[in-house]
Design a protein around this ligand. Structure first.
Ligand SMILES: [Zn+2]
Length: 285
């Protein structure tokens, strides 16, 4: 998908209603713009920052099935057989796909010997593989069939139908997924359905919080666009999870272990990557 195709699509949809894709409110403030045609808007109700024009759910599905390419060496590029062998033998240590930091945090969320985790948006299965090595019981889901098929190569069974995921889940994990989603609420509802009463929803994404924007406006500007229709912030998560315990923060991990898992806490949110850990079972969406 080239930039000109994206801009043409945006032009064709420029008159589409500017409505928050999360809560459907039409009250918003423009916070940024790109290429004249596209704007980033913050919903006055739920605080989601969303791109306008937005894509339809059906377009999004097709896009991720066939067209999605991102040349950052991580998201869509496949390693050679030799590279893959090396990645597996080192359990991805030190590579751009090393998830050990995040896995260490997930370990602190459950006392069980083998906590059950859903890896939602599993991509090629690298994170699921590392979760399995760390002793988690893993269910993996990925929209893109070619990527899910690749998972078999490394021993990861990746479902492409989220209805096949089983409930009784201790941790619903997603990393760099939510900024792509046309329907965030659908993922929250799914997580709520699958999680146990004490289970945790855990999301990582680029940090669009006000503190990051103030510190690094250029980076903020780069965080939204063609493949990122949503820009997530601490303000959004604190709003949508307002009735349940949560911990919101960015980057550094040291303070996470100090959370009692029953209060609402927002740590420093000026780092590049935002995370939220929330016990969402009792939240109404
Ligand atoms: Zn909204």
């Amino acid at each position: 998908m080239t930039k000109s195709q994206y801009l043409l699509r945006s032009l064709l949809r420029i008159r589409s209603a500017k409505i928050c894709p999360y809560c459907k409110s039409n009250r918003h403030t423009q916070v940024d713009s790109k290429y004249i045609l596209t704007t980033l808007n913050e919903c006055a109700e739920c605080k989601l920052m969303f791109r306008h024009p937005i894509d339809t759910v059906s377009f999004n599905r097709k896009f991720y099935q066939e067209d999605y390419e991102q040349h950052d060496g991580i998201t869509t590029d496949l390693p050679s057989e030799l590279e893959l062998k090396e990645l597996l033998s080192s359990n991805f240590a030190g590579s751009g796909k090393d998830y050990s930091d995040k896995i260490e945090i997930l370990k602190t969320l459950s006392d069980k010997a083998a906590p059950s985790v859903v890896d939602y948006g599993a991509n090629w299965g690298y994170t699921s593989y590392q979760l399995m090595q760390a002793g988690f019981k893993v269910q993996s889901y990925e929209l893109s069939k070619p990527r899910a098929t690749f998972g078999k190569k490394i021993g990861v069974n990746i479902l492409t139908d989220e209805n096949q995921l089983n409930s009784g889940v201790d941790i619903f994990f997603n990393s760099h997924v939510i900024e792509h989603l046309p329907d965030i609420k659908n993922m929250f509802e799914l997580a709520k359905k699958l999680l146990t009463d004490d289970g945790f929803f855990v999301a990582y994404c680029p940090n669009g919080s006000a503190d990051l924007k103030l510190k690094n406006p250029e980076l903020f500007h780069n965080f939204w666009g063609q493949v990122h229709p949503n820009c997530l912030s601490a303000e959004f998560f604190a709003t949508v999870f307002k009735d349940v315990p949560y911990l919101i923060g960015s980057d550094g991990r040291s303070e996470i272990s100090g959370w009692d898992k029953n209060s609402q806490q927002i740590l420093d949110v000026s780092g590049n990557e935002l995370f939220v850990i929330a016990k969402i079972k009792k939240q109404k969406f």
